[in-house]
Write a protein that binds this ligand. Structure first.
Ligand code: GDG
Length: 505
């Protein structure tokens, strides 16, 4: 037992992501307090880091953060925040010069990778300075992560008779950090520190024809191959990655066993579809107060305001729907929550203006003295309201042009009642599209068809709604975010089995 306890204390998961799992607030007396960030990743992964005596490495969100400043954690011991219990030494904050950070984050991440990886290359900007900033910031992350690996090894050595044979796990997240792995690996090799490394990409991985447009594509692929396990949401992204490794780098790949061989190492590639904290959404939906009048049919959209989410096409489809099916005038409304996002990037400002105009145009066209077709919220709603929106909507209209997974579709499903559920309409271009097969599928580019499918959803019989939704609910309950974390970690554990261990001949 005591050996178990010691081993657990030496356990080690190091998570590396662009942002730490909390936001910092500067109080009037100059001290910094923290509040857990919203979102599935933090909800699922932070408790594992806490339980595991692990470490989280990330940027603080503050331009003027001084690494020596003390951060005061959540004060109440019974705080329900996922980061409550995360000791200050379990969060390694890093600071980056604001100009460098801007070129890395707004420049390379948001203006290059985001459009390119969503297969919209015309929107992508290729800039040498931004690429240089990306390399530099990834190196800063790598050095901080090395500090974390060192501290884990030191802790293990300080435990008498610590018999944990498994090297610590470094879990790197997302397109912000595709280059960090090799510098971490090299640093560990130099210092004789064992480590297992995994990478998870939260956005799509595009096809060879798209990714080859990026002038420094080989570096990106080699960066990801610095890990032992590379995870994507769905099989298609894995196959694209294998194909690109083979065609850009000439690596041997195996599409059955799903691995890439690179520099004498074998890198596992896995589809690990992310889930949501299903029980949390379901239980909140049971108690949230009603938000809409029950005699009105509600069609709901919830997205960050981003061009990949298909908001303009969606609005045009709704305009078509009200024109083609005037029976819904005065009887149905479309509610769109559009959360401000990347407001420093010019393209996002223009998109907001286009949407503002379109909403005004459609409302002007169809409104009556007591009803308007579109209710548009540019801002976020709190979690209780969001859950009530999901639960009370008759139709969830989720039509991204391209999306890694799309958690909104899953949250909508978790909040539906079993006795009188709504209908999910989903684009096949979201990762969730291929997995949530009982949803009504629509191609967001087919305006007329989207209009027809919305009408069909609003008219769907109770029996069909129940049949579809109850299957969807079952799957999301089983494949929730905890299951996702477990499958990633068990993938990392399978590296300990000699037959799949990366060989170094
Ligand atoms: C990336 C990938 C992938 C939205 N509005 C409000 C609010 N939200 C929350 C939702 C949901 C999250 O934001 C959005 O998640 P998505 O998955 O839809 O989209 P991205 O932000 O683009 O996420 C995506 C994901 O990573 C995970 O791997 O699925 O494909 O692009 O959780 O609930 N939350 C609150 N108020 C709002 O108004 N409280």
């Amino acid at each position: 037992k005591s050996e178990d306890k010691q081993n657990r204390a030496a356990a080690s998961l190091i998570v590396v992501s662009n942002r730490l799992p909390f936001v910092l607030k500067r109080e009037e007396d100059g001290t910094l307090t923290r509040k857990a960030s919203a979102g599935g990743l933090v909800t699922a992964v932070a408790p594992v880091v806490v339980d595991n005596h692990g470490i989280w490495v990330g940027w603080t969100g503050l331009d003027d953060f001084d690494e020596e400043t003390e951060v005061i954690p959540e004060s109440s011991p019974d705080d329900k925040a996922p980061t409550a219990g995360l000791r200050p030494d379990q969060a390694i904050p890093l600071s980056v010069n604001p100009k460098l950070f801007d070129e890395y984050y707004n420049g390379c991440c948001n203006e290059t990778y985001w459009p390119l990886f969503h297969s919209m290359p015309d929107r992508a900007v290729f800039n040498r300075d931004h690429w240089k900033a990306y390399q530099d910031v990834n190196d800063i992350f790598a050095q901080k992560t090395l500090e974390a690996v060192r501290s884990v090894h030191e802790k293990r050595m300080a435990i008498p008779d610590c018999s944990r044979p498994d090297p610590p796990i470094v879990w790197i997240h997302d397109y912000h950090l595709m280059l960090a792995a090799n510098a971490i690996r090299d640093g560990c090799n130099d210092e004789g520190l064992q480590v297992r490394m995994g990478f998870f990409l939260h956005i799509p991985f595009p096809s060879f024809d798209i990714i080859r447009i990026f002038p420094w594509v080989d570096e990106i692929l080699m960066g990801m191959l610095g890990c032992d396990l590379v995870g994507f949401h769905i099989g298609d992204y894995c196959l694209n990655f294998l194909d690109c490794c083979q065609r850009c780098l000439g690596c041997r790949t195996d599409k059955n066993k799903m691995f890439v061989e690179h520099c004498g190492r074998r890198v596992m590639v896995r589809a690990l579809p992310i889930g949501i904290p299903y029980h949390k959404f379901e239980s909140l939906s049971r108690i949230a107060p009603r938000v809409f009048p029950s005699d009105m049919k509600i069609i709901l959209g919830v997205d960050r305001l981003d061009y990949t989410k298909g908001l303009v096409a969606r609005l045009k489809s709704l305009e078509r729907m009200f024109k083609k099916y005037p029976k819904w005038i005065g009887k149905a409304i479309f509610i769109q929550v559009a959360v401000p996002s990347r407001v420093d990037v010019a393209e996002y400002k223009e998109l907001k203006e286009t949407i503002d105009r379109l909403v005004g145009h459609i409302n002007g066209e169809f409104s009556t003295p007591s009803w308007s077709p579109i209710r548009y919220i540019f801002g976020s709603v709190n979690q209780d309201q969001l859950v009530a929106f999901y639960r009370d909507a008759n139709v969830g209209l989720i039509t991204p042009l391209r999306d890694g997974m799309n958690l909104v579709a899953k949250e909508f499903v978790a909040c539906q009642s079993e006795s009188d559920p709504g209908v999910l309409i989903l684009s096949p271009f979201a990762g969730a599209g291929g997995l949530m097969q009982e949803a009504l599928q629509v191609n967001p580019y087919e305006t007329d068809n989207v209009a027809d499918v919305v009408d069909r959803a609003l008219e769907m019989s109770l029996d069909e709604r129940k049949l579809r939704m109850n299957q969807l609910k079952k799957r999301e309950k089983r494949m929730d975010v905890d299951a996702w974390v477990r499958s990633f970690l068990s993938g990392m554990d399978s590296l300990l089995v000699p037959s799949v261990r990366p060989n170094h001949d």
